[in-house]
Design a protein around this ligand. Structure first.
Ligand code: SAH
Length: 209
């Protein structure tokens, strides 16, 4: 299987052709082998235009959705980023090549262990994987210039908005179980400004309590 070609085609046809023109992001996505983040039986489908199961009832998001959410975060190389829902580690790997530091929180212990190992093996060294309920954020490293929630949430957890830096941006799929709206919140002079980026469907964010 020519994974390199599949990866380049994925970026070209699924992402660039749908209007994401962020050159740095497109270049980074061409260098991150998505098949490394899925199980053996899923590798042949790793570059398909859809989400894929990663075990424990969870999924790795569709490549276009990963690109769109990353694009609208407008990450700078000096940024510290918080991800809620590490899952396979694919989104974190992309963020790690765009930001200074990435903290990613995951509640499923098995995914934490697997993803930690994987990110270490492939030298995504500026990513810290934390086992916890991400709706609380991760206070120790706050504030964050960018926060990404990669699971559906009925509302944006208050703690995450508190941990957002001034001029920081948070993106999240917000809404009920089977249909959410992709929302970006910017913190400008302490006030929150919301923008809407269309419908989407994610697995639910599950708080500990
Ligand atoms: N970003 C991931 C996709 C994540 S799917 C990737 O690139 O593969 C959503 C993830 O959120 C799942 O792994 C799920 O276990 C996790 N999750 C659900 N509720 C959570 C919570 N409260 N805190 C942290 N992670 C959570």
């Amino acid at each position: 299987m020519d994974y390199k070609k599949l990866c380049e085609d994925m970026v070209e046809y699924q992402i660039l052709n749908r209007g994401i023109l962020n050159k740095k992001l497109l270049a980074v996505m061409k260098t991150i082998p998505r098949h490394l983040f899925v199980s053996e039986s899923m590798k042949a489908s790793a570059y398909d235009d859809n989400p894929l199961p990663i075990g424990y009832g969870q999924t790795i998001s569709q490549p276009y959705m990963v690109a769109l959410m990353t694009d609208i975060l407008e990450i700078k190389d000096s940024d510290k980023v918080l991800e809620v829902g590490a899952g396979s580690g694919y989104q974190a790997a992309i963020l790690s090549r765009l930001a200074k530091k990435v903290v990613t929180v995951e509640r499923v212990k098995e995914l934490v262990d697997r993803t930690k190992k994987l990110l270490k093996k492939y030298k995504y060294n500026n990513v810290k994987v934390i086992h916890d309920d991400g709706t609380k954020g991760y206070d120790k490293e706050a504030p964050y210039n960018a926060i990404i929630i990669t699971a559906a949430t009925p509302t944006i957890p208050k703690k995450l908005l508190e941990q957002l830096a001034e001029n920081g941006k948070l993106v999240a799929p917000v809404g009920p179980r089977y249909h959410q709206e992709l929302i970006r919140v910017k913190k400008v002079k302490g006030k929150l400004e919301e923008e809407y980026f269309g419908g989407c469907i994610f697995v639910p964010l599950i708080p500990d309590e």
